[in-house]
Design a protein around this ligand. Structure first.
Ligand SMILES: [Zn+2]
Length: 307
């Protein structure tokens, strides 16, 4: 998908709705009331009707677009702007590009798209050799937090995030040169620095057959209970460019990207921004397909999303 192809394929609201309908049909419509998967398309009403209980599903309901008022065309334009550019776009800039009056609706649409991206990545766990580390992202503090702000590691200005990367060691048999190839990444906001947060994060995001590499930290003591092997190394300048090479590259890229576009991020929205960053990083070789993939993520039929 390029900007020219986009303009050709999606010139108006109708073409976008039609595409969105087909994207949902490819994934299968599930009846909210009875769970039946067989539906008829009611052309005049722009709705599907369940063949068992006659319950009707509109093209937006059950997707990230449910209860959203913006036209599908604007959603498609937003997805285009978010995927065509490597780094992304701020809500303020998108509002300007779309010539839309209200900032809030653009802002909320973009967060829903980021949520859809996160839901998609949550469907896959990391497997194999995994680098694990934590990073601290600066977030805007609320007025209340500012009054009892603590310094250092516990400071509310620094949000703790678990960073995980699949990292496969490679060795050139001719020269003996060792390197590591990265595959998929995950970044998860942690509520605190305690080990139970780490345990839960490892359990939810990493396959139990994996081998995890991390530095020596008290909160990592139980990681070995959730994976095949846990290997620790004392954190040095050397480990950040060898054992934990890819998590560190990802951390600095994520910080640069987020800071470059958004300036100040509220703690409770950080996960959404990280979702977008990881989603695009994990699909860095998708090229033109990225747009379609995000449409699939947004059109995914999951009633729980909007509850
Ligand atoms: Zn039904």
């Amino acid at each position: 998908m390029t900007i020219l192809k986009f303009m050709e394929d999606f010139p108006d609201e109708f073409s976008c709705r039609e595409h969105f309908r087909k994207s949902r049909e490819k994934q299968g419509i599930v009846c909210k009331k009875c769970g039946c998967k067989k539906h008829y398309w009611l052309k005049a009403k722009w709705m599907w009707q369940c063949s068992t209980c006659n319950f009707r599903t509109s093209i937006r309901s059950g997707t990230m677009m449910e209860s959203a008022k913006l036209p599908v065309h604007k959603w498609y334009l937003a997805i285009a702007f978010m995927t065509f550019t490597k780094k992304g776009i701020s809500a303020c800039e998108l509002q300007r590009q779309l010539g839309h009056k209200r900032y809030e609706s653009i802002w909320s649409m973009m967060h829903k798209i980021r949520k859809a991206m996160g839901n998609r990545d949550d469907m896959y766990g990391l497997d194999g050799m995994i680098e694990f580390d934590e990073a601290y992202f600066e977030v805007e503090t609320s007025e209340k937090d500012k009054q009892n702000l603590k310094r250092g590691k516990g400071s509310q200005k620094q949000q703790n995030v678990a960073i995980m990367a699949e990292s496969i060691p490679l060795e050139d048999t001719k020269t003996g040169t060792k390197s590591k190839q990265c595959r998929y990444f995950k970044m998860k906001v942690l509520q605190n620095h305690k080990s139970d947060q780490i345990d839960q994060c490892v359990e939810n995001n990493i396959s139990d057959r994996s081998i995890v590499f991390s530095d020596k930290s008290k909160s990592y003591l139980n990681i070995s209970d959730y994976v095949e092997v846990h290997i620790t190394e004392i954190s040095t300048r050397e480990t950040t460019i060898t054992t934990l090479k890819w998590v560190h590259i990802a951390i600095s890229n994520a910080k640069r990207t987020l800071l470059g576009i958004y300036h100040k991020i509220k703690g409770k929205y950080l996960q959404n921004y990280l979702n977008e960053f990881c989603y695009k990083l994990n699909r860095r070789y998708f090229g033109n397909q990225l747009f379609d993939r995000v449409v699939i993520a947004v059109s995914n039929n999951n009633w729980q999303f909007n509850e």
